[in-house]
Design a protein around this ligand. Structure first.
Ligand code: FMN
Ligand code: SF4
Length: 429
């Protein structure tokens, strides 16, 4: 199996991103034409066959989500693309937004056709100003060429897309917070149920999918769900965009078939650890993901295999950290981020992240004791079980995994040693 394939990144770097003619010349809008001549349930069936799982992090089966959205009654339904991309170490959606936005637009238009929706929104993170500009240009061009707006492809199907600017918080990427923010309110998660699919934007049924998820649709519809699925493993169909960053030679976004191992991603694509150093840990799925060690690198990218190993693929971020870094110092950065990004709505997350950071600081300054392990474990349990949204539930994952795989470093710090030399002067006092 080749390590990279270009199913959804086929046009990236190859065409002018908002040039509809170039997009069409490269197979663009073939899928929309095909979908508009199919029964909606047959299109959904292809998506189900593809085994496409939501690429925003939660890995919910897209075909099932579309079928549920189809079955929900309502004259007005909205299609929303989550392009908030706030997970640290994640920059894959930006590649699609900047280099092939028409593929995303086509995916959303197919969803709109199936659900009989007339309006879609692409919620793009505020920091991606350039991406917003490119996507707006692509929308305008698609409209000019009859692929958006009234009478799409000469039929009475009408669909329009508007770009919304993200409000700047990590939690706004959570789908209900994104809907709140899209309505002009503070971007905080909503109580569920009712679920977004039933009562989302302006209380109307709403389909929310990630950029990469929508971008996979045109391939699935034009080539068939089974073909897409054949690129992956038995349980994870197709390809995944991975974001390789940190202490690795070739950082970047790579499209890989499911089944590719982390070792292949880091060493074959990434060129290995930078500056001839050794690997300490790999954090998979962003700051809310687990930190794993070298001996787990032969794990194939597959939702099931990862689950069995107790970790998650999440957004597809793969952050490589070399052994000149200290785990405690690394965790301090992560929990500063979570303290900053917790929206404060619920106590377990608001206070839990602060308490984790406080105890990490104790390990960093040599004042931690045995009881702090117990405190860590209590906080982790409470946050995972009782936080209101996914941010608080996932935030303790990094700490939990480091306590499992790097306990010796906590112990070193407890007796005021830091073999990486990041804490305490000269690494040891
Ligand atoms: C704190 C938090 C942040 C999230 N950020 C994003 C994001 O930036 N982009 C995204 O697509 N999904 C994000 N999600 C997941 C969304 O809630 C939702 O599952 C996703 O947009 C659904 O699309 P999908 O089924 O195509 O993955 C986030 C979830 C949480 C809890
Ligand atoms: S878990 Fe609670 S405090 Fe944390 S972001 Fe979600 S709602 Fe806000």
């Amino acid at each position: 199996m080749s390590i990279t394939v270009k199913l959804i990144t086929a046009n990236c770097g190859k065409i002018v991103p908002f040039n509809v003619h170039e997009y069409v010349a490269n197979g663009g809008y073939k899928a929309l034409r095909k979908a508009m001549n199919m029964e909606p349930l047959d299109v959904i069936s292809e998506v189900k066959d593809s085994m496409l799982m939501g690429r925003g992090g939660a890995a919910y089966p897209t075909g099932v989500k579309w079928e549920q959205a189809y079955n929900i009654k309502g004259d007005t339904k909205y299609i929303v693309c989550n392009a908030d991309e706030g997970e640290p170490g994640t920059f894959k959606d930006k590649v699609i937004l900047d280099q092939d936005p028409l593929r995303l637009i086509e995916g959303m238009t197919i969803a709109a056709y199936i659900l009989n929706s007339r309006k879609g929104f692409i919620y793009i993170r505020g920091e991606y100003a350039k991406s917003q500009e490119i996507v707006n240009k692509a929308i305008a061009e698609a409209k000019k060429q009859g692929y958006l707006g009234k009478n799409i492809l000469g039929t009475d199907f009408e669909f329009n897309i508007e770009v919304l600017t993200g409000a700047g918080g990590y939690v706004v990427g959570e789908n209900s917070a994104l809907i709140e923010s899209s309505e002009g309110k503070a971007g905080r998660p909503r109580m569920k149920p009712p679920y977004i699919k039933v009562s989302g934007l302006y209380k109307k049924p709403t389909l929310v999918n990630n950029v990469e998820t929508f971008a996979a649709i045109s391939y699935i519809v034009s080539e068939g769900g089974k073909k897409y699925r054949s690129f992956g493993t038995e349980f994870s169909g197709g390809t995944k965009l991975v974001c390789l960053s940190g202490n690795v030679v070739n950082r970047g976004v790579y499209e890989v078939p499911f089944g590719t191992t982390l070792r292949q991603i880091i060493y074959d694509l990434g060129g290995g650890i930078a500056d001839g150093k050794n690997l300490k840990l790999v954090q998979v799925g962003g700051s809310s993901g687990a930190c794993i060690t070298e001996d787990m690198l032969d794990l194939p990218l597959c939702y099931n295999e990862f689950k069995k190993a107790g970790i998650s693929i999440g957004s597809g971020a793969v952050l490589v950290v070399d052994d000149t870094h200290c785990v405690i110092d690394f965790l301090e950065h992560i929990y500063k981020f979570f303290v900053h990004e917790s929206c404060g709505k619920c106590t377990p997350c608001r206070e839990g992240n602060k308490q984790i950071l406080r105890i990490i600081d104790k390990f960093e300054n040599g004042t931690a004791d045995y009881k702090d392990y117990e405190n860590f474990n209590k906080i982790i349990k409470v946050m995972k079980c009782t936080s209101f949204c996914g941010l608080g539930k996932a935030a303790p994952t990094a700490l939990d995994s480091c306590l499992k795989y790097f306990k010796d470093e906590f112990e070193e710090h407890r007796i005021m040693r830091c073999s990486a030399g990041n804490c305490f002067s000269q690494g040891e006092v």
